[in-house]
Design a protein around this ligand. Structure first.
Ligand code: FAD
Length: 477
């Protein structure tokens, strides 16, 4: 477990204040059951373990509003938590009251004609997809933690996932929000409208705010038509630039049907094949780079036709070296597994410095080449695993401990090594956190790169809404 001491602590909360909070909550509104509380204090990888004076489990927005008002009056800090799958420590309290949204799970409305559904924050992402499906619509946000991650959490981290290329990030999928503000007031912005030009679009402030501006209690989410055909392929390339060239072609030639375009380097794929049971080479030959491509269409035969046409032409022009199109759902799932098991396969190899970065797509191949050279110069023998949602300009650029190096010595170099990666990202006009946010973990580092005016505006907005700084005080700036 990484020392919690690296994270700032909140002062103890007086017993009278805790009693006042408990008094406004209905049955089941808080828990002192150590097993239940403990489970929410450890980050899913076991990286940090926090502590809290009280776990609050509101059932309604009004109940939560009363709790937050008491906290605000007494200056008591709060950490909101959804499914606890966040990767930067923002949902783990270190002395704050922990507010879990797990009991706020009402489906308030599903309106296929408006192409919206209104869900409470504690509903999981997987359940949200199923609710949409039952209504004959598609909710496209999808990520590996979807069985546990909640609507409140994915909105607060502005999660990306596998379908960003076609549908955008979470920000693009939200049409309205209900939020309990730091002083306990309720922002009632559950609009179902696509168009509303009546001043600042306030909901945007709370999306990606990582629980620093208020607690999201419900959201109005956009729905899309269900696709009637899908085609998944794995393609081999000589260079990452050729993969990026194919992506540009695929977007144009399929008329925007590409839903996912995931890049994998050979080394990462070889670790999956070596460390994950029941996986096999997807192509006959071995290639330096691979892409997993998914195309979806409303036309029942459309996806397969588009995929075949695209790959046939790319093969003729020697843009790709080999390709396999999945012949059924089982094969498609096996292809996806090769991509999704990258993190698990890496873990078997030992310590790693993880980077979740984005750079403009036009500079991605050059960045990866330069980045590989910079890492080799910094730590000869370090093993680089590059993979991710390259269609969104996002790549996980992870560095694994050299085979003959002690993990502690490697971990001691983490800050310096990550700075090598992130300095280059900054030089390439990219972001050091493309998906997971800053949380408690990356805030100090982000200050090195973020525009000072942007940081000042963020601080001013926060101060205006939360002058006592009670909401997730040690997250973000
Ligand atoms: P939590 O982890 O509980 O919280 C995350 C942050 O949001 C914290 O700062 C917390 O305080 C805040 N928060 C939570 N709920 C609320 C609320 N109701 N109101 C206000 N603030 C709140 N991310 C991607 O973008 N793309 C991916 O492809 C992706 N894949 C992942 C795969 C795995 C296996 C895992 C473990 C994580 C992945 N993530 C990915 C990280 C992603 O950020 C989280 O999975 C998800 O968005 C967080 O949802 P959660 O409900 O678990 O939130």
């Amino acid at each position: 477990m990484t020392a919690a001491a690296q994270f700032a602590e909140c002062p103890p909360v007086a017993p009278e204040i805790l009693a006042e909070i408990k008094s406004v909550l209905g049955e089941g509104g808080y828990s002192e059951d150590s097993l239940r509380v403990e489970a929410k204090l450890t980050e899913w990888r076991g990286k940090w373990k926090g502590h809290t004076p009280l776990l609050v489990l509101p059932k309604t927005t009004e109940e939560l509003s009363k709790v937050v008002r008491i906290c605000y009056e007494h200056g008591v800090a709060i950490t909101p938590q959804g499914g606890n799958t966040g990767l930067v420590g923002g949902q783990i309290p270190f002395g704050e009251i922990l507010v879990s949204l797990e009991r706020m799970r009402t489906v308030r409305d599903v309106a296929p004609t408006d192409d919206t559904m209104v869900l409470e924050a504690g509903i999981t992402l997987l359940e949200a997809q199923q609710i949409a499906e039952k209504a004959g619509r598609h909710f496209p946000l999808s990520l590996a933690a979807e069985g546990t991650a909640t609507i409140g959490g994915v909105i607060s981290t502005n999660a990306g996932g596998t379908a960003v290329l076609r549908y955008g990030v979470t920000r693009d999928l939200v049409s309205g929000l209900e939020v309990v503000l730091p002083n306990g007031d309720i922002f009632r912005g559950l609009k179902r409208l696509r168009k509303d030009n009546t001043g600042y679009d306030l909901k945007q402030m709370f999306i990606g705010a990582e629980g620093t501006l208020g607690i999201i209690t419900a959201a109005s989410l956009k729905l899309f038509p269900v696709m009637n055909s899908r085609s998944v392929a794995i393609v081999g390339f000589e260079t990452s630039q050729k993969a990026i060239d194919l992506l540009a072609r695929a977007k144009q030639e399929t008329g925007g049907q590409v839903e996912a375009f995931e890049l994998m380097g050979r080394y990462g794929l070889s670790l999956v094949l070596k460390n994950i049971p029941d996986t096999r080479e997807p192509l006959e030959g071995v290639y330096p780079w691979y892409a997993l491509i998914e195309v979806a269409s409303g036309d029942p035969e459309g996806a397969e036709t588009s995929m075949e046409r695209l790959l046939g032409a790319a093969f003729e022009e020697e843009l790709i070296l080999d390709a396999a199109i999945a012949q059924n759902d089982t094969q498609a799932a096996a292809f996806w597994r090769l991509r999704e098991e990258h993190s698990a396969a890496e873990k078997v190899e030992g310590a790693a410095w993880k980077h979740d970065i984005s750079v403009p797509l036009s500079r991605m191949a050059e960045y990866m080449e330069e980045g590989a050279k910079a890492i080799e110069a910094f730590l000869p023998g370090a093993r680089l695993v590059a993979f991710g949602h390259v269609g969104d300009g996002n790549v996980h650029f992870n560095v694994i401990v050299p085979e003959d190096m002690d993990a502690k010595a490697f971990n001691d170099l983490r800050d310096e090594g990550s700075k090598v990666v992130h300095d280059l990202v900054h030089q390439y006009e990219g972001s050091i956190s493309a998906e997971h946010g800053l949380g408690r973990m990356k805030t100090q580092e982000a200050l090195l790169y973020k525009d000072p005016t942007a940081v000042a505006v963020m601080r001013a907005v926060r101060l205006a809404l939360d002058p006592k700084r009670i909401m997730n005080p040690h997250v973000l700036f």
